[in-house]
Design a protein around this ligand. Structure first.
Ligand code: NAD
Length: 360
């Protein structure tokens, strides 16, 4: 396996592989950038087919975190961790303790958090071995689950998509097709229903579908049929890579705006959406509410201020949509470029500050 030549390596600062024999831990931490601050990103626990799949996943996700933090205006860099799920689940507490020691050995260059396959309970165990964990419910000062904040940011992102893609001021009467009603999707569906949107939903979980149908008046379709729904906006809130050669030609919407990470199977699918006149809200911009919330954690946590910060995702996206239109470029390319500009500008300003402090 080659690491530097991996297609997603893309200028990572550091990639660390760790094994702990006693607990059976096999984990990778990828630090994409610490230019703006410590690398922040969740820990994914997953049954990967092989090491290459785990490496590919962690590299893709950590770069996204760098861009996400930069465009949210946060003093964090980007990183991510993966734990290759072992056959023996009984080892779970020992595994997460060992993972905590791994994180701790980096002295704060990487801060971990919950992600797919990890729970607040797992992060409490990690916290026993390292202080470098975010998203811990610490007696009211933080707020634990990032999903409500993520959903609030996505909701405001949908408002921006409705403005730029449909010429609509607000979501009343806008038809949104939702894939996934999990932690984020369910809060999002509730906000959309409250705002007067019409919903069509798909999920694997029948109880969530029943809730959306009975409580929100949503129409239910099968998990494959969601791609064919004629709606205004498609909101993916389940898996990644759902915008690909097979699905894009099926979409009958004018915008895609949802919480899922890595929605584009490949970067070129951003252009494919633009060619079909579908406005794409870049995933790491619209789903930044969780880490925005984390950036507010601490003793002085103020939930209203955190949620107001999440709502500013509307303005960030509106700016990206405007620039993409002016320059006739796909929105994902514009977002990547803006993030890189932000990182370069802010890193240069920080270096100036350090120099001034050193000489003055
Ligand atoms: P979750 O696991 O709670 O919810 C996912 C939902 O999708 C579940 O209800 C599941 O049944 C459903 N689902 C799975 N496969 C499906 C399919 N084929 N078709 C339809 N539904 C399907 O996850 P979550 O925390 O709500 O996160 C959703 C997405 O948003 C993920 O991609 C995650 O990486 C991303 N994200 C989440 C957060 C957060 O704060 N939780 C932050 C940023 C990004």
């Amino acid at each position: 396996m080659s690491v530097f030549a991996e297609k997603n390596f893309r200028n990572h600062e550091q990639v660390l592989f760790h094994q702990d024999q006693a607990s059976g831990l096999f984990a990778i931490i990828a630090i994409h950038s610490t230019a703006l601050g410590p690398a922040l990103g969740g820990c994914r626990y997953w049954s990967y087919d092989d090491e290459t799949a785990a490496l590919d996943d962690v590299l893709r996700l950590s770069r996204g975190m760098t861009y996400k933090a930069a465009l949210a205006g946060l003093a964090f860099g980007g990183g991510k961790a993966v734990i290759i799920a072992p056959k023996n689940e009984e080892q779970r507490p020992a595994l997460f303790t060992a993972f905590g020691h791994f994180v701790n050995s980096l002295g704060g260059r990487y801060i971990t958090a919950e992600d797919v396959g990890t729970s607040p309970a797992d992060m409490e165990i990690v916290h026993g071995a390292t202080p470098f964990v975010a998203g811990i419910a610490d007696g009211g000062a933080g707020d634990g689950d990032p999903s409500p904040a993520t959903a609030w940011g996505v909701f405001h992102g949908l408002r921006a998509a409705a403005g730029a893609g449909l010429g609509r001021d607000g979501l009343r009467g806008v038809h949104v097709s939702l894939q996934g009603l999990g932690h984020v999707g369910s809060y999002l569906a509730q906000h959309l229903a409250d705002a007067g949107a019409r919903l069509t939903v798909a999920d694997l979980d029948q109880s969530r579908l029943a809730w959306a149908r009975d409580s929100l008046g949503a129409e239910v379709v099968g998990v494959d049929a969601i791609y064919d729904v004629a709606a205004d906006i498609f909101a993916p809130n389940a898996m990644g890579a759902i915008l690909n050669d097979q699905t894009i030609s099926r979409l009958r919407v004018r915008a895609v705006a949802g919480s899922a990470n890595n929605q584009l199977a490949e970067d070129r699918h951003g252009a494919a959406l633009a060619e079909r006149g579908i406005l794409y809200a870049p995933d790491y911009v619209i789903n930044a509410g969780g880490i925005i919330n984390i950036s507010h954690e601490g003793r002085a946590y103020d939930r209203d201020a955190a949620l107001a910060h999440c709502a500013r995702i509307h303005d960030t996206l509106a700016g990206i949509f405007r620039r993409a239109e002016l320059e006739s470029r796909p929105t994902n390319e514009v977002a990547d470029q803006l993030a890189e500009e932000q990182i370069a500008d802010r890193a240069a300003a920080q270096a100036q500050d350090r120099l001034r402090t050193a000489v003055g």
